[in-house]
Design a protein. Structure first.
Length: 331
């Protein structure tokens, strides 16, 4: 008996039917239809909590920025993802995913080997060039988007630009079809940093993607003067492909929970980020676990019931169709 067969037998004995089989059964109502035109099915997978940075403006609590999954848990989650019908985009985040060697040792190889899905990543690019190259080589034609986060509290602009340039060269070699975007949080009291950042990135041919700072209550309450500075910085854009204004899509039809969901490091799935944040008050956003087999996608979308969409992935993947977005609390 091969090692793979022995592992499969052990998993069946311990956990029952495979997550892939259970995902297929749970999603049987979806197998008869395809996503609407312009919609890219997407999973945002927070692979781990641990991060090598400790940014003062991080929306995640320090308690949640801990821990890495076991290899067995990764195998169960990947098996569940393999059961999703069609080709999805798996957007990997953390913590800092590339600061954990398990990402390139276990997670990415299993995703490539066991699923048909494509891969994107949110990273601060602090990993060694050897690790970055290994990631690019492993993902190959599967890599779609790298969202690289610039955190001036932990790196200089010059150093980050040099690393982003080196990573872009790696992508040109291994992932020429993939895109690279540089995101940065508009931290109150430090907005003057962003004009030089935007201009320097533009000179290097790197895409700049500013995002409003989020707090537990929603968007940080910028002063009128700060809003004017933000307006000048973003040039009046309301395009979610260019800026994250964390708007409200409340009342608009959304396919979250059907063709989009977020997944934490424990394998628990939620219909969207905001649903996860408020799940203790309203558990309708809970989709179950990819580890224990309780995961199930919804059969149909519904009107968004939240006053904030903190991430632009749903809008940019066609999960929700945004109207013209207004800056709330604007100048």
């Amino acid at each position: 008996m091969t090692a793979a067969a022995r592992l499969a037998g052990w998993l069946r004995a311990r956990w029952g039917a495979s997550p892939a089989a259970r995902t297929e059964r749970a999603g049987h109502t979806l197998r008869e239809r395809r996503p609407p035109p312009g919609l890219q099915p997407t999973v945002e997978w927070q692979v781990l909590g641990r991060c090598n940075y400790d940014c003062s403006y991080c929306i995640q609590s320090r308690a949640s920025r801990r821990g890495v999954p076991s290899r067995q848990r990764v195998e169960r989650i990947v098996a569940g993802l393999a059961g999703l019908t069609g080709v999805w985009e798996i957007k990997i985040s953390g913590g800092e995913p590339l600061a954990w060697r398990g990402l390139v040792q276990w997670v990415v190889p299993q995703l490539v080997r066991s699923t048909r899905h494509n891969i994107s990543i949110l990273t601060n690019l602090s990993a060694s060039l050897a690790t970055l190259e290994r990631f690019c080589r492993l993902t190959n034609e599967r890599l779609r988007t790298t969202s690289a986060s610039l955190h001036p509290e932990f790196t200089s602009l010059e150093r980050f630009v040099a690393r982003a340039g080196a990573y872009r060269e790696l992508c040109a070699r291994h992932n020429p079809h993939a895109s690279l975007v540089i995101n940065a949080v508009l931290v109150p009291g430090r907005l003057e940093q962003h004009q030089p950042i935007r201009d320097r990135l533009a000179r290097e041919g790197l895409s700049y993607f500013p995002q409003l700072m989020k707090i537990r209550g929603g968007i940080y309450p910028y002063s009128p003067r700060e809003w004017r500075a933000i307006e000048e910085l973003i040039g009046g854009s309301r395009d979610p492909r260019r800026v994250n204004l964390a708007p409200s899509y409340q009342g608009r039809h959304c396919e979250a929970g059907v063709w989009y969901f977020v997944l934490d490091q424990h394998g628990e799935a939620y219909s969207c980020r905001t649903a996860k944040r408020f799940v203790e008050e309203d558990d309708r956003g809970r989709l179950g676990s990819l580890v224990d087999g309780s995961f199930a996608l919804r059969a149909a979308g519904e009107a968004c019931r939240f006053s904030i969409c903190p991430c632009t992935v749903p809008a940019n993947r066609g999960i929700v169709r945004p109207p013209a977005v207004e800056v709330r609390g604007g100048s």
